[in-house]
Design a protein around this ligand. Structure first.
Ligand SMILES: C[S@@+](CC[C@H](N)C(=O)[O-])C[C@H]1O[C@@H](n2cnc3c(N)ncnc32)[C@H](O)[C@@H]1O
Length: 254
């Protein structure tokens, strides 16, 4: 029920963005903290979103030296922001990207050319192809089964492949999620908890991005606050109090 509600919201907000010619290609909560790679001046309004992708991608050893020819797949690519980062900051060309929302895929194809964009459910998606790097940022908490998704990811990896994963995980579910990695034959190589930097980004950016919902919170249902993760949402309070973690993982197949 919740899952259906949020899928409909993703789809309808992308249809509206398509209709009004909106240019926003990032949908994540962003990250404000130290960063090793400089963000281009032209991208400064998206710096917090790009920093979150970079924080996750920079966990992959040697990514700045040997990434040019690798095959990458991203699940939950949204409007193509991650693919933009892969192309423009890591010079990766061979990219496949999947999202459930066909309207997001339409926007992504406009924003980031020469990427193989596919509209599909990440949990149902099937391919015989193998990838050197698999990406999944801030999307899996909406999936019908994280375990089925992780098992699918493992089947697309070779022993040298990397899986970088970032998402909100409730404190009481953390152990369960980390067990799911094990069950899927995925080994955690590195973990980072990014709550403080993500909360900082929400504080700075959410009121600018959603002025009406922020100024008149009582006019909007809780689920709308939760969808946008506004400063009035439970999701925000839980990130702040660390009842929910924003964790980034680097994983390998075992
Ligand atoms: C918060 S957005 C993040 C998008 C992107 N990773 C970014 O950082 O800009 C979550 C995305 O996950 C997608 N999504 C939700 N459920 C999905 C599913 N079952 N399969 C594939 N994508 C899904 C939504 O359509 C949405 O585009």
């Amino acid at each position: 029920m919740n899952q259906q509600f949020f899928s409909t919201l993703y789809q309808s907000s992308a249809i509206i963005a398509n209709l009004f010619g909106r240019k926003r290609k990032f949908m994540n909560l962003g990250y404000i903290g130290s960063s090793t790679t400089e963000i281009k001046i032209a991208d400064s309004k998206d710096a917090h979103h790009i920093s979150l992708y970079m924080k996750m991608l920079d966990m992959v050893p040697g990514i700045h030296e040997n990434a040019k020819d690798i095959r990458v797949i991203e699940f939950g690519c949204g409007r193509g922001g991650g693919c933009y980062v892969l192309k423009n900051y890591y010079h990766i060309q061979n990219i496949t990207a999947v999202d459930l929302s066909s309207a997001n895929i339409k926007l992504a194809s406009k924003f980031v050319p020469n990427v193989k964009f596919i509209s599909a459910d990440a949990v149902e998606f099937n391919t015989e192809d193998k990838f050197d790097l698999v990406l999944n940022l801030e999307s899996s908490h909406r999936y019908s089964s994280r375990l089925a998704f992780f098992k699918k990811i493992a089947s697309m990896m070779n022993e040298d492949s990397w899986f970088v994963f970032g998402d909100l995980i409730r404190k009481h579910e953390l152990e369960k999620v980390e067990k799911m990695f094990q069950e899927s034959r995925l080994k955690i190589i590195k973990t980072e908890t990014a709550n403080d930097e993500v909360v900082k980004s929400i504080n700075q950016n959410s009121p600018k991005q959603y002025p009406l919902v922020t100024m008149f919170p009582f006019l909007f249902p809780k689920r709308i606050h939760s969808f946008f993760v506004t400063i009035h949402s439970r999701a925000y309070s839980k990130l702040k109090s660390k009842d929910t973690f924003y964790n980034l993982y680097l994983l390998k197949k075992v």
